[in-house]
Design a protein around this ligand. Structure first.
Ligand code: PLP
Length: 443
């Protein structure tokens, strides 16, 4: 081996050293078995010892253009050669071009962005902007949500990841979603808006800076809002001078078949946050988009925010290349077309497997909810918990080379938007066999 060639570790050494010296997210560390990944292409990735996995979750719902796309990789390499970093007080071509491109694809008159490193910082900055602009301190958020892991965004987060991080930042008020779990009906838009209206009145509308919500809720269940809900939220926010913040960190960039999920309802939020699919996760980048009226507030007022890596050259170059891939390869159309095939495959499994209590999707954003009892829809794992059956299903997927996210009584179907129909059917073949395990639990 020459002096500058990197040392090559075995799969076991990679796992052992990673576990010994690095901390893994959201889990107790004992008993973890991370997959030692070596390389990835399209909708597949390969382990150091040569096992192939179909990536049915785009990793963390982010690698939307697929793995290893040379157009994105080359753009990053070219930019690294030319200018790998420059302070955020400078101007540079990738920053200029990406700002212009985002202004074209973002909803309505949102035409200014602030760049961050990821989704949490984008949401953190969004609520900071809302407070600075309105002079108000409270933020409304929903229970079935995830907005990030920093102290502000974990407080916004409604799901149980918030609990150990409480009390968190002051002034966050949570409201219920239209969805109430598999055993209850989803509220109509009117029903939920009536409750939201009352909450706003009781909290004091003039004390609320913003309402932050995922346009289509991600980890908490791929929850598509009932028609009329987003329009109603928009009206309520406008009436009370509350800024509407749509968190599109997971649902944005083609995942649902539109650039942004909120486009399905033709609603323009005041602020929109994004990350993941913005660079297809090749390089860390998040952004906060704001309408002209919001941005103009900082013409003569100081914007009290900043980051060393704001508008990072490599990340801006990666995002520009990724957006070009979405366009060149018609990935939004693909998400709609393959998404329709996925919906029918999901419906077929739901009709044949008694353990499927619900199967929902929009574009290539999908989720199965598993139950013990088809009539009562008792979840196959408790809220915020797991069960032997869900653990066995997760183990089966891994053994069969299907990588996806198994959480509580649910699992996800979120492949890269470049997935072929043949790969999709291959994945559904594995899911079909896996559901035989969970069917055995149904009484
Ligand atoms: C909807 C949503 N918002 C925010 C975040 C946080 O993003 P990040 O992990 O890039 O900080 C996530 C991450 O999964 C997310 O799904």
């Amino acid at each position: 081996m020459s002096d500058n060639e990197p040392e090559h570790l075995s799969a076991q050494e990679i796992v052992d050293l990673s576990l010994r010296h690095t901390l893994y997210d959201w889990q107790a560390q004992d008993g973890l078995k991370p997959i030692p990944v070596d390389s990835a292409r399209g909708a597949e990735f390969f382990t150091t010892d040569g096992k192939r996995y179909l990536d049915f979750n785009s990793q963390l719902m982010g690698v939307n253009v697929g793995h290893g796309d040379k157009r994105v990789v080359d753009a990053i390499a070219r930019q690294a050669e030319k200018l790998a970093y420059i302070s955020p007080f400078m101007a540079h071509e990738p920053r200029a071009l990406l700002g212009k491109k985002l202004a074209e694809i973002l909803p309505g008159d949102i035409d200014k962005v602030f760049f961050t490193l990821g989704g949490s910082e984008a949401n953190e900055t969004a609520i900071k902007i809302a407070k600075l602009v309105t002079g108000r301190q409270k933020i409304l958020a929903r229970y079935r949500s995830y907005h990030g892991a920093t102290s502000g965004t974990i407080t916004l987060t409604g799901d149980p990841r918030r609990w150990p991080n409480e009390p968190g930042i002051p002034g966050v008020v949570h409201v219920l979603d239209p969805y109430h779990g598999p055993q209850r009906e989803v509220d109509s838009a009117e029903e939920n808006l009536r409750y939201l209206r009352e909450t706003i009145e009781l909290e004091g509308p003039a004390t609320i800076a913003a309402f932050i919500l995922e346009s289509v809720t991600g980890t908490n269940g791929v929850l598509v809002p009932p028609d009329g809900y987003m329009q109603g939220v928009r009206e309520l926010c406008t009436k009370h001078g509350i800024l509407m913040i749509c968190d599109e960190v997971m649902a944005g960039f083609g995942r649902t078949g539109e650039w942004f999920a909120i486009d399905h309802w033709k609603v323009v939020p005041d602020i929109i946050t994004m990350a993941k699919g913005l660079t297809a996760a090749y390089v860390q980048l998040g952004a906060v988009g704001m309408r002209r009226g919001v941005a103009d507030q900082f013409k003569d007022k100081v914007f009290y925010g900043g980051l060393t890596y704001n508008s990072h050259t490599l990340a801006c170059a990666a995002a520009l290349a990724a957006i070009q891939v979405y366009e060149e390869d018609k990935l939004l159309e693909n998400a709609r077309r393959i998404g329709a095939v996925m919906k029918s495959l999901m419906a077929d499994l739901a009709s044949r497997h008694p353990s499927v209590g619900a199967a929902r999707s929009i574009g290539l954003f999908g989720l199965f909810e598993l139950v013990r009892d088809k009539a009562k829809k008792t979840p196959l794992a408790p809220f915020n918990g797991t069960s032997d059956e869900m653990a066995a299903l997760g183990k089966f997927f891994r053994q069969e080379g299907l990588y996806t996210f198994v959480r509580w009584n649910t699992f996800f179907t979120n492949p890269p938007l470049c997935i072929t129909e043949a790969e999709l059917r291959e994945a559904f073949g594995i899911i079909d066999r896996g559901l035989e395990i969970t069917d055995r639990a149904v009484s």
